[in-house]
Design a protein. Structure first.
Length: 283
């Protein structure tokens, strides 16, 4: 789809957005999307074009058969704006997910690196071996990119690591790469550096898990307290309903009970689950 979109809109995009969206360009690279900024912008324009054609087709059909109000067209720019925002932010979401995955598996991958360094494996071979393992998620993808840069394009592994430390979405992984570069360039013991780094990362990982456990306890108390209050409110309204036919503003007692039961409680539960998912440290 990216190729077809670029074929249609690539020329226009290059003329209109030359040297623009530098931040988005970096984000796309960190998201490992393997496309250029011009291909992604072309895809955005192509998507907006398809939505416009589809929407106008439905509108004219409804207008012809059901005499739909022309004001209905106001919805189109709203849909296009929402789509544009989602597509613009999408690489950032991918980058964020990759960062979380990298940092969740960093301690184990560094331990593996340490074992190979102790066996005298060369740095380039270390990353090639990680690139062949599916156990390390996005770190495997990062290792593949590093290995390709070094072997296919013939770059020195130290230069590749130094450059890639600024490309990876994880600052922790970038710091690891910079440390490896500094150790190699200074003639230090890579084995010692990786062992110390693994110990430090594992300690940080345990602290993050402990902090999450403490935070989870606080959020759970808030959630239970909120649900208890809602249930108490439902019981209270049900009692008032038996002795009164008055309304709460424009709502009857039945309306309020339905809102609390089918909207407030499920809605708060969904928000609580989303919150836990956002703060939960990856395995």
């Amino acid at each position: 789809m990216y190729g077809f979109a670029f074929m249609l809109f690539g020329g226009i995009v290059k003329k209109l957005f030359k040297d623009s969206f530098k931040g988005l360009k970096k984000t796309i690279k960190r998201a490992n999307m393997k496309i250029s900024i011009y291909e992604y912008l072309s895809m955005i324009l192509f998507t907006l074009f398809l939505i416009t054609i589809f929407f106008l087709g439905i509108f004219f059909a409804l207008y012809y058969y059901f005499h739909l109000n022309v004001l209905f067209l106001i919805i189109l720019p709203i849909i296009l704006l929402i789509t544009l925002i989602i597509l613009y932010l999408y690489p950032g979401f991918v980058t964020s997910n990759r960062r979380r995955d990298i940092e969740s598996k960093l301690a184990y991958s560094v331990t593996y690196m340490t074992a190979m360094a102790e066996a005298g494996v060369a740095p380039i071979k270390i990353f090639e071996n990680i690139a062949k393992s599916p156990l390390y998620g996005e770190i495997t993808e990062e290792a593949k990119n590093i290995a390709i840069e070094s072997k296919v394009f013939g770059k020195d592994i130290v230069t590749v690591l130094a450059d890639y430390s600024f490309v990876t979405p994880s600052k922790k992984f970038g710091d690891l790469l910079q440390g490896i570069v500094a150790t190699i360039r200074s003639g230090g013991d890579l084995n010692v550096y990786l062992r110390n780094k693994a110990d430090g990362i594992m300690f940080d990982y345990r602290e993050i898990r402990k902090e999450f456990t403490d935070t989870l306890g606080i959020y759970s108390e808030i959630f239970i307290s909120f649900i208890f209050l809602i249930l108490l409110l439902i019981v209270t309204i049900s009692i008032f309903k038996l002795f009164s036919t008055q309304k709460i503003g424009p709502f009857t007692f039945d309306d309020v009970l339905n809102i609390l039961t089918y909207i407030v409680v499920p809605g708060f539960s969904i928000l609580f689950i989303l919150l836990l998912d956002a703060i939960y440290p990856e395995e």
